[in-house]
Ligand binder design. Structure first.
Ligand code: FMN
Length: 434
């Protein structure tokens, strides 16, 4: 292994939903997207490539921000429909042995006890391969499905999440390591003196505890977080074991982001090396540079041909209806109770230019042969001092899985940049391996 190996994970963008149903490589079973087969193929590919974990994105509403209607979202299957990510996890776990599985579960929707119990159960049945993608929900449509009119103010959502994470981690650790005795003669299944109610009474939650299940293999499961705003970063620095971010789209901003969260972690008494910061990357690899560039161009043209689809995505993230703006006029100052860090990057740009760069998601263009893209990744990690990449492609298909897992990653492995075999059993141990 090289001096600075890095981690790889995969962001299952748009969650447990239909993928690439309009593309040339959608497969014969595209209409059966609700069956786990394609996702199992991805999980197996990722495990061949020795990646750390798969995050399954989620949200729980049918969006209607764009033009005040759900039509555009349904027309493109854009961010909807989505099935429950926690149900997909056991299927992926059965098909793999080492891969970490990280469902998205929102602090705005789950009661803490229910979430703690679900994650504890998943960690038991996967023998320690679960992580929690901890998000605060930003879209009012989701709030309206859970008895509220709107989401709480942005920063307060993170106050709630702080208390939520505190309570959930206490519940995960309420049974001591040796609480289960399994002594048939006494008899003593579990020792009551080693199981502790949590008696939590905070500003937002009240819970007696303990969990009605033993400590799971990881106990406190790894927490994944994507806070981009200052308040979000403060939350991530406190709780996250792995942070996922676009890093601002340039090598300099990636470096600054990572240094910022590491400094915040140190200020909170944490070891910054225990937090793995992974940067979003959307590679397009092909046999020649020209072939890869052609594909990137075709994707961009497809995005521009369906401006409404891209604009509806921006609307969903921010709660702002982008159908109201002229495509070629710079956006005025706007505020959002949704994704503040995304909106901050768009102000002053025209919607058309945002859509053009939105199609490639991040500022860094990972397009080319496996050798070229692996070299870029190597250079960037050396410069940033980073912990790795979070690969993603919203419309991935089986061809894409193979290109990345059997083309790009083996090139990274040949360079000694990523692992060739799993050294450990649990997600946390694999994350902390380097
Ligand atoms: C890679 C990545 C994955 C994310 N996954 C989800 C998700 O599955 N569900 C969700 O509600 N938000 C998700 N988010 C949004 C973040 O939780 C967060 O709200 C966003 O990055 C904005 O940061 P802020 O809340 O600090 O402004 C994701 C963000 C990123 C960068």
């Amino acid at each position: 292994m090289a001096k600075h190996p890095f981690h790889l994970a995969w962001f299952l963008s748009q969650g447990f939903g239909p993928k690439s149903w309009r593309s040339a490589w959608s497969g014969a079973d595209a209409g059966r997207w609700m069956m786990p087969d394609l996702f199992i193929d991805l999980a197996k590919g990722m495990e061949r490539a020795c990646m750390d974990y798969m995050i399954i994105e989620d949200s729980s509403m049918l969006p209607y921000t764009y033009q005040g209607s759900h039509d555009t979202y349904l027309k493109y299957a854009a961010s909807t429909p989505k099935l429950d990510p926690a149900v997909l996890v056991p299927y992926l776990a059965q098909a793999t042995k080492h891969l970490g599985l990280v469902p998205t579960l929102s602090t705005s929707e789950y009661p803490p006890f229910l979430l703690a119990r679900l994650v504890n159960t998943l960690d038991h049945v996967t023998e320690g391969r679960i992580g929690w993608n901890c998000v605060t929900s930003s879209n009012d449509g989701a709030a309206q499905n859970y008895g509220n009119d709107a989401q709480r103010p942005h920063d307060e959502r993170y106050d709630v999440a702080d208390e939520f994470a505190d309570l959930v981690t206490k519940l995960w650790e309420a049974w001591e390591h040796d609480a289960v005795v399994l002594d048939r003669d006494r008899p003593m299944f579990a020792d009551g003196s080693k199981v502790h109610p949590v008696f939590h009474e905070g500003k937002y939650f009240k819970c007696r505890g303990p969990l009605n299940a033993p400590r799971s293999p990881q106990g406190r499961v790894p927490i994944c977080q994507a806070g981009g705003s200052p308040r979000g970063q403060a939350f991530a620095s406190r709780w996250a074991d792995t942070i996922i971010t676009d890093g601002g789209g340039s090598v300099a901003s990636m470096k600054a982001y990572r240094e910022e969260v590491r400094q915040r972690a140190v200020a909170l008494g944490r070891d910054p090396d225990s937090i793995k910061v992974l940067f979003l990357a959307y590679p397009i690899v092909d046999t020649t540079m020209a072939a890869a560039r052609e594909r990137r161009l075709l994707e961009r043209q497809a995005a521009e041909a369906h401006m409404d689809m891209q604009l509806s995505g921006m609307s969903r993230l921010t709660g702002i209806d982008f159908s109201k703006f002229d495509l070629d006029m710079p956006l005025p100052e706007l505020t959002t109770n949704g994704h503040q860090s995304s909106l901050a990057k768009w102000i002053g740009k025209t919607p058309r230019s945002i859509v053009q760069s939105y199609a490639s998601k991040a500022g860094i263009d990972f397009t080319g042969t496996s050798d070229h893209v692996a070299g870029m990744m190597q250079d960037i990690m050396e410069e940033v001092g980073g912990d790795g990449f979070l690969l993603f492609n919203g419309y991935f298909d089986r061809r894409y899985i193979m290109e990345v897992c059997d083309g790009l990653v083996p090139e990274l492995q040949r360079r000694g940049l990523t692992r060739k075999a799993y050294a450990h059993k649990t997600l946390r141990e694999n994350l902390l391996e380097f």
